[in-house]
Design a protein around this ligand. Structure first.
Ligand SMILES: Cc1cc2nc3c(=O)[nH]c(=O)nc-3n(C[C@H](O)[C@H](O)[C@H](O)COP(=O)(O)O)c2cc1C
Length: 302
């Protein structure tokens, strides 16, 4: 019997629960020769903004114990070029495509959504609420701004909306509930943790931006805790993300309550990591004589 690895998020049925995390798989078109995207549940594209952004000055990536730091600064080609140059490839991929977007203001988020509205190949929009908003800090720390972004996005969007949150908040479960109350169709947890690294020879920070986002295996227990607490309080699906490198890691996220996972840093180490994770999940389900993924989601015994 064929195993059912499918999962439903924000009303969309994904053939399996493994997605690429935003910003770690390009726009989804560059990596297609490294990993067969048709084997993935879906891809979440690099975050795009209304106008193109150059991002932060280099160096903006550095390896640290247990993961890496990045301060890309949302470098992207902007929504108009994205539609012109990427839609033709993305619309033909044999996988579901979620487009990640960000902005400085609620108006910018809603304008980006408006410019994407005719792109029928887009399955959902991920609102990156975890990016720094110039001098105002991380977007999702500002309740008023989050509320305005969500309400405007709901008005404009023909797509389901997934809110991606930063772990750098006081209470991730409470924030997730807030997003649910504003109409988010799903929650993505989590973006990177704030971090930094110093070169003790030059006495300089390793990133030109001084600080950056910490991702990779070391953040897995922290991310898992966020998913566990949020899953206990919200009724909308959660996409778990943070430090997932192997199928076993993904299974932990499902048990904690995630309905899908997205994989970031692991793909930098092994470009086929996502495909291996799909196979590993399938093997786990077979080995445990289960029929579907649904039988493990939220089944943590406490
Ligand atoms: C180089 C790099 C670029 C990223 N760019 C984005 C981005 O554009 N938008 C976003 O929402 N998250 C971005 N992220 C965060 C990832 O999507 C993910 O949330 C985070 O890395 C944790 O997952 P991981 O430990 O599997 O990498 C980026 C992460 C990395 C490492």
């Amino acid at each position: 019997m064929k195993l059912d690895l499918s999962t439903t998020i924000a009303g969309i049925k994904f053939k399996n629960p493994v997605l690429t995390a935003s910003g770690t798989f390009g726009y989804g078109d560059e990596i297609t020769d490294l990993a067969d995207v048709s084997k993935l549940g879906g891809i979440i594209t690099k975050t795009i903004t209304l106008k193109p952004k150059e991002g932060n000055p280099p160096p903006r990536l550095c390896e640290v114990a247990g993961g890496m730091l990045n301060s890309i600064g949302l470098q992207n080609i902007g929504v108009e070029r994205f539609v012109k140059e990427k839609a033709c490839v993305l619309s033909k991929l044999k996988t579901s495509v979620i487009v990640s977007i960000a902005g400085k203001t609620a108006d910018e988020y809603s304008k980006v959504i408006g410019l994407l509205k005719d792109e029928k190949w887009i399955k959902a929009i991920e609102l990156n609420l975890s990016c720094p908003n110039l001098d105002k800090g991380i977007v999702c720390k500002d309740r008023e701004l989050v509320k305005e972004i969500m309400l405007r996005a709901k008005e404009t969007s023909v797509f389901p909306l997934i809110a991606k949150l930063s772990p750098d908040v006081e209470d991730i479960a409470e924030l997730s509930t807030f997003l649910e109350s504003l109409g988010a169709d799903a929650i993505s947890l989590i973006n990177t943790f704030p971090g930094m690294a110093i070169d003790i020879k030059t006495l300089k920070p390793k990133l030109a931006n001084i600080t950056g986002g910490f991702s990779g295996p070391a953040i897995k227990p922290l991310a898992l805790r966020c998913v566990y607490f949020a899953a206990k309080t919200v009724n909308i699906p959660i996409i778990g993300c943070g430090g997932i490198s192997f199928a076993e890691d993904a299974i932990e996220f499902f048990l904690a309550g995630a309905s899908a996972v997205s994989i970031g840093t692991a793909s930098f180490i092994e470009p086929k990591a996502t495909i291996d994770i799909v196979k590993g999940i399938e093997n786990y389900i077979k080995k445990n004589k289960l029929n579907s993924l649904d039988e493990i989601i939220g089944k943590l015994k406490v």
